[in-house]
Structure formats: structure tokens, C-alpha cells
Design a protein around this ligand. Sequence first.
Ligand code: BG6
Length: 481
Amino acid sequence: NQGGFLSVVVLGASGDLAKKKTFPALFNLFKQGFIPTGDVQIIGYARSKLTNDELRKRIAGNLKPGKNALQDGQAVISEFLKLITYVAGAYDSKEGFMELEKAIASRENVGDGGSSSTRRLFYLALPPSVYPLVSKMVHAHCMNKHGWTRVIVEKPFGKDLASSEELSGQLGELFTEDQLYRIDHYLGKEIVQNLLVMRFANRFFIPLWNRDNIANVQIVFKEDFGTEGRGGYFDEYGIIRDIIQNHLLQVLCLVAMEKPVSVSPEHIRDEKVKVLKAVQPIKDEDVVIGQYEGYKDDEGVPNDSNTPTFATVIVHINNERWDGVPFIIKAGKALDSRKAEIRVQFKDVPGDIFKCKKQGRNEFVMRLQPSEAMYMKLTVKRPGLDMAGTQSELDLSYRERYQDIVIPEAYERLLLDTIRGDQQHFVRRDELRAAWEIFTPLLHRIDCGEFKCLNYASGGRGPPESDDLISRAGLWRRCTA
Ligand code: BG6
């Protein structure tokens, strides 16, 4: 009970994000003992007229007792559901938020014999268009007078630099930066978090991680399904805003940044911002965008949509470490597989006496999903009587190596960080701004149809022009193994 009674308020409690991500993440924390019964309440707020039990029923289907549970089965689910109550109200209703305040305060029991301090966490599981309104209501009626108030928001933070800055300005008038937690759930992924440790705690990598040794870095995200019913939302944004400008750019920052002074959130985020500022304006010849055939059949997608569901973008970072090293970012929906990985491809060995080139380059691969893994591709002598080289792998598969550990879901980790007040894995306002600065000119050209999508077959590799672009970048060769 560090810090007093905790109220978690999920705004948009009857929606999809709350049902699929927020409540299950809270449940996962609960079943591992991170949210102790007695010191916590969870309140759902939304427009639908629901009873407490109706909300609980909606949530229950997505809760899985799993391996990490302290107790088994249904009992732990019922215990968790008991923590949840519901308040119905509109997002612009003063009365609704006053009702919410009453509900929060009634359990906090501050004063005589009760808690001396309390904690309030507001999770905006809502469309960003209502963030300013809801934030104003929370600010006017529900701020905590006996401890901290924190607010979690999630992308899309605007649609371009101007709209994002406008939103930041509106939220900034109500909350300080240390009250705002901007989620990018990729920062909650195990392998993404490992980047920092791996890069700065291993002597192997420190001297090699630069333009003298690295030929290129590839950051790849693929999904083997299309927008499937989310077309209406997706068409407003497209793959660059949905995946690249946030998730993959965050990964790029962690791959490219200098060593921070310490692991404090501010020091880490200072270094990430420097990387973003060193990214060069994106040139047309460094971009391929595509749309899968059949995308326009999805509900809500207009027939003349030029929204990309696929993009390859070559990013150049103009600093001493990375000058001349292309960062190849590729993301697409409806492709041949589902995976996300980072591949660091090293330059050829100078004065090669073993014909290493034939075997393929040294590569260091970090697989975010599926099945977290890190492996190094390297040339070794093929076992046997001859002296031939072959490519092999030094392999760390998390599933095999850490059999007893259940890797936490990104949302679970990020919620716990918010409760603990650790902003390391959240996006700071200046980071967000710098990220939008990189992509806004390109996005505007796509939006007005100046930059056109190429078609690609659903279930394939994306437009062939993407492979051409990557080979034209000149420094990438497919490994043979
Ligand atoms: C979300 C995007 O942020 O990330 C989705 O809006 C995408 O379009 C999802 O499917 C991918 O997340 P994950 O964790 O499944 O890779």
C-alpha cells in the first residue's frame, strides 16, 4: 500500500480497448499481487447505461487466470471483479463527473482513521477527439486533493504536427508533464525494453555499434491480417501514423541513441529526442507506400482511398555514429506473416580469406514477436574434414531459456509503471513533437494524393518496389541462411 488507497478510473469502460487491454492488464497485475485487495477500487465510466454486474460480465470473458496466478481459476477472477464498479455518464456532463467524483471519494475514506494519502489514476480508453473535453472534466471535478493524479492517454496523438501540438497544448494546460502518461505499447514489450540493457551492458556491442561496422538496420513490422472491420478508423490514419511514426520510431530511437547519463527517465528521453532531431527530412526516393488489394472492401473505407496499409521508409540519421547507415523501416498489414523484428546487419569482413561474403553477413536479430528471441548470425567452420565456412546462429530463445517466466503483456507493465510513477517507457511531449516533425511533410503529400499507393496482393511480401528500394539502398543483402 505504498502511497495510499488507489483508485483506477477507466474512462470508456464499455469500449473495445478497455475490454481487450485495460481490464485484462489490471487483472494480470491483480493476480500477481501488485494490486492488493482492500487498498484499491476500479471504476468504469462510460455513456452506456450498465449496472456494475453488467460491466463485470462484459469484462470477465477476457480475463485468463494463467500461470502467474497466486490462486487458481474462477476465484481470482471473482475477487478481481468485486473491485469494479460502474458510473454512467456522458463525456461532457458535469453531473456525470460529479457523480464519478462522489464514487471515487466514497471509498477513499480520507481523514479520521482512514487513509492519509490517496492515488488516482485516470485511463482514457477513448477516442482522442474527446481527450480535451474529458480531461477538462477530470480536471474540474475529480482531481485528487490528497495525493497524486495521473492520466494515461494513448495514440493517435493528433494526425500531424499541428494537430498533435494543439492536443498537447490543451492537455498541457490541465496537467503537468509528470501527470501525463502517453502510452506507446511497443515500449512495454520485453525485447524493446531489453535494447537498453543489451546495448549498454555488453562489451561485445559497444565498440561495434556504429557506422564503421554496421551496414544497415532494419526495423520490420508485419501482420498477416488486414484492417478487418477497423477500416473506418484505419483509413483516417494509415500505416505510417498507426505503426511507423510511433512504435517503430521509438524502437529506432532505442537502437540509435547514445548512452544516457543514467537510466533515469529524463536522461533516457533526452537521448531519444537527440536521435529524432538528427533524422534527416525524408526524400521521396526513400519511400514506397502500398495498399493491399481488398482493403477498400472493408467497411468505412472509401473507394478512392489512398491510405497506405504498407510502407517502407529509409531513414538517415545525421550524426557521428550513424552517418551513411540506412535505417530501413518497413511495416505492413495483410502480408505473408506476423512478426516484428530488428535486424542489425554488419559490414563485410575486410580482407576476407574465407569467402564469408558467400555465407552472408553477420547479423544481430532481435525478434519482438512472435516468440521473443535474440540471435547472432555468424560464419563458422562447417563441422567435418574440410575447411568450408557456413552460416550458423548463436541463439537466445526466451521460451527455452526462461521457461518458468511468463513474459508480461505490454499494457500490464505500463500500467504498473504508471502506478509506480516511472515515466521511462512513456513518450515525452518533445519526443512526440520531434516524431511528428519527421513524418508530417510526407503524410501531407500522401493525404492530398500527391504520393500514391502501389497495390499489393494480400498475403504477399508487399509491393515488389519495396524490395527494389531496399536493394537500391545498396547496402542490404539477403542472408543465405
Ligand atoms: C496498434 C495498431 O497500435 O498496434 C494496430 O493500432 C496494430 O493497427 C497493433 O495491429 C499491433 O500491436 P502488436 O502488439 O500486436 O504488435
